[in-house]
Write a protein that binds this ligand. Sequence first.
Ligand code: FES
Length: 610
Amino acid sequence: MKIRFEPFGVSGQVKQNTTVLQAAIEFGVKIESFCAGRGTCGKCKVIASEGLSAPTVMELKKLTEEELRKGYRLACQAVITSDVVVTVPEESRIAQINILAEGMAQGSVQMEPWVRRHILRVPAATLQNQVADLQNVMRTWNEHHGGELKFTLSALRQLPFALRERDGHIALVLADDQVVHIEAGDGPEHILGIAFDIGTTTVVGYLMDLESGERLAVSSLLNPQTRYGADVVSRILFSIENESGLQILQHEILEALNKIIANTTHAAGVAPENIYGMTVVGNTTMYHLFLGISPAALGRMPYVPAVSATLCLTAKDLGIAIHPEAHIWVLPNIAGWVGADTVGVILATDLPNHEDTALAIDIGTNGEMVMGSRRRLVACSTAAGPAFEGAHLSCGMRAAEGAIDAVSIDGDVRWHTIGESAPKGICGSGLVDLVAEMLRAGIIDARGAMQDGQALRANGQGHLAERILQNGGQREFLLVSSTESAIGRPIKVTQRDVRELQLAKGAIRAGVQILMKELGIGPEEVRRVYLAGAFGNYIRPESALTIGLMPRFPNAKIVPVGNAAGAGARMALLSISARERAARIPDQVEYLELSGRPDFQEEFAEAMLF
Ligand code: FES
């Protein structure tokens, strides 16, 4: 059977019982699949008039009557029964999302690279002094530097040639205390390193010159594992439920890193073989998948990682396309749901040295937060659910072009989209803004209930009353009409969407409350709040406070720090002390498992209110 995907013109043969989503993955057609094919997110819509199995129960539940009439199907549910042409509508295509590469500069770190170049002038052996090449190099090294040197086998293979090419004038490239490369003369043109932040949704790589500390290039990609599920739970399940699931996910991420290496070295006009050091941060699941270690235990009680330690590997161990002997340092995890990315944030914000209490918070589908000072640091993670990433909302989408990312309601309703293009949906920061504005305008009350049009009219808000719609027993707020939207349908926020946001913000707020309780402090004692990650960067702090995502901290400065996890990875690349500090962080931070705390549910119930 043959399938063709329009408007891409991609086609191929498929076996029996293949779903449209499976075929899309096979032929590289990118379709949103937040729930990894469980039929629950409704984001994998495609259009086909024939050639597919009858709609499943999930499709009847997720698609409107009108959509079914127009031939809309869920790609993960529809099985191909004969030759078929499938159209992937704009809203279902995985868009190029806004990836946050910028963040804190790693200016606070002193250059102290653990990859270095050393030039030696080794005297030639003579008949009277028949010393082996290696011994000769060691002797010269000891005269100038002292200390033990280790050599990789490939460096030893380079030694006899390099030594004789320029009369003993050689360059050694050391990663930690190991010689990983030997060359005649002054050695390679550049000594480079690359730092990676592997996020569930995005992957960012920073190519650095390890001699000048200069950032040469940055490149980012959507994490290709996204097609197997939008969040870590879907990926864990994929790795368990599919025979080669773990290998597929590892292969995808390694390919993405290699692509970023190719992009950055190309942009900087340098050779990938000149990269001798690499650092990696990511959440605990990404850490496992990157290494090809099963993350299965993270998905069930008591949520423990298989491995949490700081690891040093080589590029050839993993098939990373840099110098094969390059050292790859993977920063450690703190717990099953607080990973090396949080270690990166802690390192970059220097929390273990804060005199006053600070809070660092990174919000995605999970909210990781760390609070404290140099005296004591506590961390926790709450399942914020998908609302902040735009998934599972009726008109939600990632922070990509066309996503409404800011809203204001003052007399009229105004919105702003990423890329200033016609709106396609609403992303997390847009939803926070919208709900904050709806609260201010009295469209929703403190319990999150949407008012009816009559109540608004009685309040003299007739223009807003017109935007309240009733659909299948629930109220909706019309944000963008079908004529203004890019998807030919109106963009609305339903009562259920508001509830999703309440769940998400309730979880984050409750986490913050528990951290304060654990430290025995009130909000007035917090002096700094670091908002990390894309969401923290784009969200308007005032809107976050209006919806009660965080308590009001009267004495705190709110500092958006962008991709602080990436900044931490760069620091660990440029400085051995920073890398060692990162390795100690898991011992300095107490992890609080919220599911084990009876007071979490109470805090959560309270925090759901606006
Ligand atoms: S409904 Fe198909 S991937 Fe979620």
